[in-house]
Design a protein around this ligand. Structure first.
Ligand SMILES: [Zn+2]
Length: 296
């Protein structure tokens, strides 16, 4: 009787210690999760703010690069009265709201495109941070998304994709991807990205050769950026991006022709759809590709 009492006492002490260690473990795990969530939250807010500032710079790029003007000097000015934009009137989105979308000097309306580009860049950056978390490939994708947004705006307005922007993006992305590959030992991803960029470039080069009227050389260059970025994520993303771009292009093109808002022989800004396809593949790829997970 006495020995069984002792063994029960020992057992209960053991179980108490197990419960205690479980409790400590789960508490430290909760603390860790909380810390992770806080870090991710800070990263998202930081990226959103960075996006707003980058968006303000993209507005300069979108206006000046296709017009072969410098993006450094002179300072931005009102296109109506030529008055220089003051520093305090250059705060992304906020200044546009405070000025009631009008020039401080001549009261000429300021296009909503400026705050829209800033907001969209902020949203894209925050979304990318939420999707990917912090890693060394994140800056490469922020660069890619910012560039695709600027190129889409220019292509939609002027039907050109300036090579300066495309090549600068490829160089910047190469730098970030090399850094990511070196630090995180992701050379396989880097290799697939390079193969992806080459494959897209070759395919688009042939398409341009076969029909330069419908696919300009700007799209061939842009294919480098898309193949590079999507290739880093995997070959399935390459196919998804390409498929989505053509699907969206076809839907919009057919709708515009059917509603007589576009002639059949009129080219569409294909770069916009390529950028859209790539963007959707980056953000929604993991979910859209679930049915194809078994494919290797
Ligand atoms: Zn003005």
């Amino acid at each position: 009787m006495a020995s069984s009492t002792i063994s029960i006492a020992t057992m209960s002490r053991e179980s108490i210690s197990i419960v205690c260690s479980d409790f400590t473990y789960s508490r430290s795990r909760t603390c860790q999760q909380k810390r992770k969530a806080t870090v991710l939250g800070l990263l998202i807010v930081g990226c959103a703010l960075l996006g707003l500032v980058v968006g303000s710079f993209l507005n300069v790029v979108i206006y000046r690069v296709p017009r072969h003007e410098s993006i450094v000097a002179p300072r931005s000015k009102c296109p109506n009265c030529q008055a220089p934009i003051l520093e305090r009137d250059n705060i992304p989105v906020v200044s546009w709201l405070l000025l009631h979308a009008k020039c401080r000097n001549c009261q000429a309306p300021i296009s909503a495109r400026y705050p829209m580009v800033e907001l969209m860049t902020g949203a894209l950056f925050a979304g990318a941070a939420a999707r990917m978390g912090w890693n060394w490939e994140l800056p490469a994708f922020l660069t890619m998304l910012a560039s695709l947004l600027a190129l889409s705006c220019i292509d939609a307005e002027l039907m050109v994709l300036p090579l300066k922007i495309v090549y600068t993006t490829v160089v910047m992305m190469s730098g970030w991807f090399l850094l990511a590959a070196g630090i995180d030992h992701e050379w396989r991803k880097f290799l697939i990205a390079v193969i992806g960029a080459s494959a897209w470039f070759a395919l688009f080069f042939l398409l341009n050769f076969a029909s330069p009227r419908y696919l300009g050389f700007g799209d061939v260059r842009l294919a480098l950026v898309l193949g590079f970025g999507l290739g880093w994520l995997g070959w399935r993303y390459e196919l998804l991006g390409f498929f989505l771009a053509n699907l969206l292009g076809a839907i919009v093109g057919v709708t515009l022709i059917a509603t007589k808002r576009m002639r059949r022989d009129q080219p569409i800004p294909y770069g916009v759809f390529l950028a859209l396809g790539a963007g959707i593949a980056i953000f929604a790829g993991p979910e859209l590709l679930i049915p194809f997970q078994s494919l290797r």
